[in-house]
Write a protein that binds this ligand. Sequence first.
Ligand code: SF4
Length: 412
Amino acid sequence: MASLEKILHLVTQSEYDCIGDEGKVLENINFSKIDVLGQGTKHDICASSSTSRILNQAETLGNPTRSGICHSFAANGRCLSMFKTLFTNYCIHDCKYCQNSTDYKSGKSVYSYTPEELARITISLYKGNYIEGLFLSSGVSPDQDIVTEKMIETLKILKKRYNFGGYIHFKVLPGVSYEYIKQASEMADRLSVNIETPSKEHLSEISSTKNYANDILKRQKYIKNLELKKKLPAGQTTQLVVGACEESDFEIFKRVLKEYNEMMLKRVYYSAFNSVSGTSLENMVSQPTWREHRLYQMDWLYRVYNFSENEIKIAFDDNGFLKNKDPKLSIALNNFESPLDPNDAQYGELLRVPGIGPKSAYKIINYRKKNRIYKRDHLQRLGVRIKNAIPFLKISGGEYTRLERWIECQNQ
Ligand code: SF4
């Protein structure tokens, strides 16, 4: 968060001219408030662990999961820097892993923005070219409608007074009224309700105050219906906290299928449970980041590679968990019969080879219209990760590694 504080000092000191009168609010800014309300978004993910998240665990500028200024992706795939914050960190719910919950045992400072204040901070950062958008979430207090009304007021000030054209990701709070969701959908690029767990039974393990069907799924349906009428540019997303309860990866997968097929979500985000001191789950072991990463890979296979549900099921063990191995490789090993000739294989067959993705599969198909593939080099130049792909391919004129030998090498 130090980075954001530095930026706001810069905005107030040296860049006052470029932001005009809006900057005056920053003269008396309460940095503790900005810090706490930014830290409160730690569990809200705006980019997957396939991005820089694993590499960038420090509290640094641009970290996609931390507070302050984070990175996210617009509907067209462009990377955006966003001001990520809660409106208030006071919450009437008791989610056991959350430092904003009523269950939180350590003393905590409770802060809220006013719509005016948050709009001015956002516009100052925006005009200073530090951010391209706002990621706005909140605790629920005094109730979901009252705080949402204030969050919407913030968007109205940004849009109407300041003509804000940046990206807006707006968190729909559990149980909020349809009318407020509708208003938010008219100003935001993306709406999301956090489902947190794959079922109502699992939600009841971590919260006694939230109702899965009414507070969450019903609100997702509202957004879906609004989206059908007037498209949200970046659609609806959701997020699961992985491992805060006893759910298996397979249960998560089953829920994710419903989220994509029935709720028509654009993306599901996964956040590995991380124990926070002072919460009811402070002594529970944090989940390894690789679990989250493998879930993203499973999600990618379904959503981008069009693997079927039955194909993906193979990647789960008998207890319903993914191993710490690329699920695409597990599926390929299970289905492997004999090496595939890249000169003849269909697009869908190529996609099932580890080391070949949609881009390289298209490139192979285009390349072979005029050329023949008979060397590893040809595939490498087309973007294939040859080390992973080689035992699954038959390349005439070139040697290929037999699968048994390749597996031996992987296990050494
Ligand atoms: S609803 Fe739950 S997860 Fe969200 S801020 Fe409140 S306590 Fe935290």
